[in-house]
Write a protein that binds this ligand. Sequence first.
Ligand code: IVH
Length: 667
Amino acid sequence: MERETAKRKLAELREQINEHNYAYHVLDSPRISDEEFDGLMRELIRLETLYPELVTADSPSRKIGGKPVNSFRQVVHSAPMLSLDNVFTEGELKDFFRRVKKAAGEGPLSWVGEPKIDGLAVSLIYENGVFTRGATRGDGYTGEDITHNLLTIKSLPLRLKKDVSLEVRGEVFISKKDFQELNRKRESRGLPLFANPRNAAAGSIRQLDPRIAAERPLNILVYSLVFLSGEQPPGDHWETLQFLKSLGFKVGSHTVLLSGFEEAMDYYREMELKRNDLFYEIDGIVLKINDFKLQERLGTTSRAPRWAIAFKFSAEEKITKVERIEVNVGRTGVITPVAVLEPVHLAGTLVKRASLHNEDFIREKGVMVGDKVVVHKAGDVIPEIVRVVEEERAATVKPFIMPKTCPSCRAEVHRLPGEAAVRCLNPTCPAQVIERIIHFASRGGMDISGLGESLSRQLYEAGLVKDVGDLYGLTEEELAALERMGKKSAQNLLRSLEKSKKNPLHKLLYGLGIRLVGEKAARLLAAHFKSLYRLQNATLEELTALEEIGPGIAASVTEFFAQKTAAKVIEKLESAGVNFFEETGLDSGENLLQGKIFVLTGTLNRYSRHEAKALIESKGGKVAGSISKKTDFLLLGENPGSKLQKAIDLKIAVISEAEFEEMIRQN
Ligand code: IVH
């Protein structure tokens, strides 16, 4: 085909495909079959491959996962991305309306009511009608450039229906149906499940690799226009929404014009009823003053506009029955009573259990086995018992008695002074060991995909893993012999284990499950001590001297490292080649010392021998015991031995500790 013909054909294809994308993903009314659509796409890609110089910024081929980025670029927002103030009750809403009325003065007010979508705010920039950049909200002033991931969103128009330049803001989310499908797929692949659509969307939009985002069914709705050039901007919010729609954006359904408080309340009640029928999750409604001039006059606080409010739904409640109370043994030996409930649908999921936390909680709530109870989801996610329906208490209910022995290992349990929890203090208690494996492999920890709850249990029960150090000694044969485990999954698991060895120290620290050391403390400790060896040797004073590390965490850290069992685990991890340093991965030159042979002599000041060796190895180098022609560097400490002379004779580079540090920093 001639270049000119190709150019014309490409323009035609682009327009057709963008139109069909819009019809399918924005209007929800496809005009051609999936096969026909795929045909158009294939033809587009074929021509673009033949004539790469003809690829344009609005080409739908941009939507097929681009290349990963190394890090997120910071983006300064043209105007701060504000949040919204919340109200939870009719009374609070009334107060808000009163305040606005007072500030606005005489005359009727016009409001726009919108569903409050439970997703993530993003900003989108279009230049001359073409999508050029998208960013997260970040701290409101600076966000992160996530253009590469936004490009994978099918409902995001790449080219607008007019060649205007503008910035819009909206919400990225995952629909309820897509979310279920996504989790179903993850479950079948042994991946951890997302707690809710919002978390799934959040985890997807902040991926460096757009191929991951492309696999997640992200969706987008827009709700505000920040600037517009090339034409007269609409005069109020309602017109703006219509205008955005006419440009090809998807805007929220169920958006209405309201005249005042009473209508706002009606809208709220209506949306609360419709909530479950919407295809996306909403957690309330948003009410906005329609008139832009009035919006401007009311102004904003540093956090939120004074002309808008989010009226949140109260958590959905249901009544169900406590069938029995079980006890769970956690990673740190804490024994937690859990109510096993008659299954009940609540805010989108089937709830079967709710934690009762501890004996005190049970006493306070007065929960007995057989009771009818009111349940809700705390933070819309975690099922919780609100209260007992005492009016309906049967004569057959039974009080719960905390067991005196651990349900897993039968060791006596203890309630430590000042704690609400009862603990099993046996460190080799099977339930605790299994929980520790699960925690080690969890996302915040070593992030070993494929190693979830049931496999952790299987590995322990088969006697293959007695502590997390054993994980790295697993073989394909051992794994493949396990029930429900094929050769393929065994290989996948070994691959994830291998990959996890390169994790930075904070992930390992968190994964080790040191009491009170959560992700934040793990990051702080890793950033300060930089190596596990140093942390291992840190004193209580050194630890408490750190800002944000309290005496509790400090004591827990030193206690942890003083245990023989911990030392054993660490030894196993070390010999498996697990990274013990914070600076690692691509950024610190994983292969910086690839193949280089080091010999150490004298006393090092900055590192112990052990540390220096591990550091060299973590960057791909080797440490030999004596100088030979193959040696690349002699690392010189104080009071060197005869190795120095030998190195000089063989003309081998001799470097100081400072030079060594310089060397490993070069990247
Ligand atoms: S307007 C200055 N409208 O809720 C106005 N926000 O809690 C800022 N949200 O950051 C936003 N649905 O991510 C607006 N219809 C809607 C919304 C909405 C969801 C989110 C948005 C915002 C957060 C504030």
